[in-house]
Write a protein that binds this ligand. Structure first.
Ligand code: ADP
Ligand code: MG
Length: 323
């Protein structure tokens, strides 16, 4: 088969790939896209780059890769409380492989169409496989969920379950295994790593109630740490409350906690809520969310374990507080 030109590649795989929105005055095909932002809103923008052998394995399923490349951007929009609208794609390819392009674009379209986000432009170049996606969403400026809004006395919550993606990565790298995990567990964990669920609707719901939010891409401790730094507060977490999936709850508790606290790639949201909105979160939240702690005036993160003993955070790990 003749190798596709750049022009026909774009036309075949990307021009009509996603939903067509009315606020796109001009999409793929000109020098720029022309986009209409709704009144009283601003545009939330974020870009992420995935590089082969650094962010993903060379033999990863291209459909999963397409899905995940967009999922990480949607997760940033979710963490800001923004409603997804448009994205652009900069694709660097070592060669034109139509099987790969087909899988990649299908994975991308699957998630894009679920969230009504339109591909409006991009760039295609030759080189080591690299995918950059920039997402754009709408949010009212006073409602955007910033990292800097946490106040003493706010409760700390997370969506979903933690540690699944980190465990899946260690399993894939063959650096860890656990006798209690069967084939279904491993499939489930892999799916959490390869096709994470960006909490887009949850993020928008939270704009009326949360004082701060972040998405968990580097691990709960690291990402909650960003909220604490930007808000100049501390947190006390209840280790017994960390939400674990059915699969990870089969693993010994200490190991599961370590994954939940320290491993990344879960793309759940961590957020803080002032006392007057507890009911809206505990009762009105669609999907799972778990209260794991409270914002305090002490700098850093402290933990309560199942013996009610206080544990202090040291560096990126945690160890018992010397009494
Ligand atoms: P220019 O030379 O003006 O940058 P290009 O030839 O790179 O234009 O791209 C032509 C059109 O195709 C532009 O509208 C651009 O946004 C779009 N495009 C290029 N690559 C991609 C891609 N990978 N995904 C989506 N749109 C793309
Ligand atoms: Mg170009």
């Amino acid at each position: 088969m003749a190798v596709l030109s750049e022009f026909s590649l774009i036309q075949r795989y990307f021009e009509q790939l996603t939903t067509q929105r009315e606020d796109v005055l001009l999409g793929i095909g000109d020098d720029c896209a022309l986009l209409q932002c709704p009144a009283d809103h601003v545009i939330a923008v974020s870009i992420d780059t995935l590089v082969e052998n650094i962010h993903f394995f060379a033999d990863v399923d291209p459909e999963h890769l397409g899905y995940k490349s967009l999922a990480v951007g949607l997760s940033d929009l979710a963490a800001m409380g923004a409603k997804p609208a448009w994205f652009t794609l900069a694709l660097t390819l070592p060669e034109v492989n139509e099987d790969w392009l087909n899988g990649f674009s299908q994975g991308l379209a699957k998630l894009a169409n679920k969230h009504n986000i339109q591909l409006v432009g991009g760039d295609t170049t030759r080189g080591p496989l690299t995918i950059s996606i920039q997402v754009h969403g709408f949010v009212q400026p006073e409602k955007a969920l910033r990292r800097s809004g946490a106040q003493i006395g706010d409760m700390v919550y997370v969506t979903g379950t933690l540690g699944d993606a980190g465990a899946a990565l260690q399993l894939q790298l063959r650096e860890w295994d656990h006798a209690a995990l069967n084939v279904e567990d491993k499939t489930y964990l892999s799916q959490r790593l390869d096709q994470p669920t960006p909490r887009v609707e949850s993020g928008q719901y939270l704009t009326d109630f949360a004082s701060s939010a972040i998405d968990i891409s580097d691990g709960l401790l690291a990402d909650l740490g960003h909220i604490l730094d930007k808000s100049s507060v501390g947190a006390r977490l209840d280790l017994t409350k960390l939400p674990l999936s059915f699969s990870m709850s089969k693993v010994d508790r200490k190991t599961a906690e370590r994954f939940a606290l320290q491993s990344g790639d879960d793309y759940e949201l961590c957020f803080t809520v002032p006392p007057q909105y507890f009911a809206e979160i505990e009762q009105g939240f669609e999907g799972q969310c778990t209260r794991i702690g409270v914002i305090t005036s002490d700098e850093g993160i402290y933990f309560i374990d199942d013996n009610d003993a206080l544990i202090a955070l040291k560096g990126t790990g945690y160890e018992h507080f010397p009494s």
